[in-house]
Design a protein around this ligand. Structure first.
Ligand code: NAP
Length: 293
């Protein structure tokens, strides 16, 4: 393996130290702890793992994490009511609705009810528009923020770089394309209808894959000097919970200059970014309300 590893776990641990210290300094001054509310609807097993990871990480930082577990058959109106209660709760600074939600719940409708200051996933329309117009004030979706933080941490500026973003979901691909474009990259947004994907990826300086297909990116998609960021997560072995990314790490890491692994690359950065978003919201709340205990 010749590529340098973009180690998301290491970067997350380094940045968490300063986040932890910042939270402690607010607590010492008598402010309430930042609080993240995670709303889970139903009993999706994967969601339980993701929530438990966020809870463990958040609590290590000194954040209060509320897990609100609603039943599978709950009415959409009841979910909205819960979100509205969290909006008005002065002790809650961030709200996440964990995906996936049951089919009868319209996730886009529910997200719209989250107060945009508390929308720490950055998926509501006000935050999406902020990213679209590059307001500099909106909450950035966590994976997009995590990718940029990871690159910047290793001294990689996206300004002037050509980026091939593979995947155009509202959760990952589109916000990442917009964010990097806002930071000066020239982005090509690829999807299942892209013709001759290899030509696009070979032209790129930075290749980011968010498809969700193991070994989708092979040695034929890459060339020397490139930076490869693997967002994909596929659980390959249900018993061991072994995860793999989109990139054939073994062969691609022999060719490119930088590569993010799975696990241990973008995943930890995404969790970190949620809590960075929460801290941004918390500080706005403190500035507006000065909510001391
Ligand atoms: P998604 O909504 O299923 O989107 C997948 C995208 O891949 C779609 O835009 C799709 O194109 C595109 N695609 C499918 N086949 C393709 C092909 N042959 N060539 C080019 N593009 C193709 O998934 P997502 O929510 O964005 O997530 C993507 C992956 O990232 C998943 O593995 C997910 O688990 C992972 N993920 C990781 C993190 C993290 O923190 N590491 C966070 C979120 C998601 P169309 O639009 O044309 O269908």
């Amino acid at each position: 393996m010749s590529a340098f590893i973009l180690d998301g776990k290491k970067v997350r641990n380094e940045i968490s130290k300063s986040l932890h210290d910042e939270i402690l300094s607010f607590v010492k001054k008598g402010f309430v702890r930042p609080c993240l509310a995670i709303v889970q609807i139903g009993n999706n097993k994967e969601s339980e793992t993701y929530i438990s990871n966020k809870k463990t990480f958040g609590e290590k930082l000194g954040v209060t994490v509320l897990h609100i577990h609603l039943p599978e058959n709950i009415d959409e109106n009841e979910v909205v009511k819960e979100v509205k209660n969290l909006n008005t709760d002065q002790g809650v600074h961030g709200i996440i609705v964990q995906f996936p939600v049951p089919k009868h719940i319209r996730k886009d409708v529910v997200i719209e009810y989250i107060n945009h200051y508390k929308d720490v996933d950055g998926l509501g329309s006000k935050n999406v528009k902020g990213l679209w117009v590059d307001s500099g004030k909106s909450i950035i979706p966590a994976t997009a923020r995590g990718i940029l933080t990871l690159l910047n941490h290793y001294g990689i500026s996206v300004k002037g770089k050509r980026v091939a973003m593979i995947g155009r979901s509202a959760l990952v691909g589109k916000p990442t394309a917009l964010l990097l474009s806002n930071h000066g990259a020239t982005v090509t947004l690829c999807h299942s209808g892209t013709v001759d994907l290899e030509t696009v990826t070979l032209e790129a300086d930075i290749l980011i894959s968010a498809v969700g297909r193991p070994r989708f990116i092979s040695k034929y998609h890459v060339r020397p000097k490139q930076i490869v960021v693997d967002v994909g997560i596929t659980v390959e072995d249900i018993n061991t919970r072994r995860c793999v990314g989109d990139v054939d790490f073994g062969e691609v890491s022999e060719i490119v200059d930088y590569i993010s692994p799975v696990p241990g690359g973008v995943g930890p950065m995404t969790v970190l970014s949620i809590f960075q978003n929460l801290m941004d919201s918390y500080k706005i709340h403190i500035a507006d309300h000065g909510s001391s205990q």
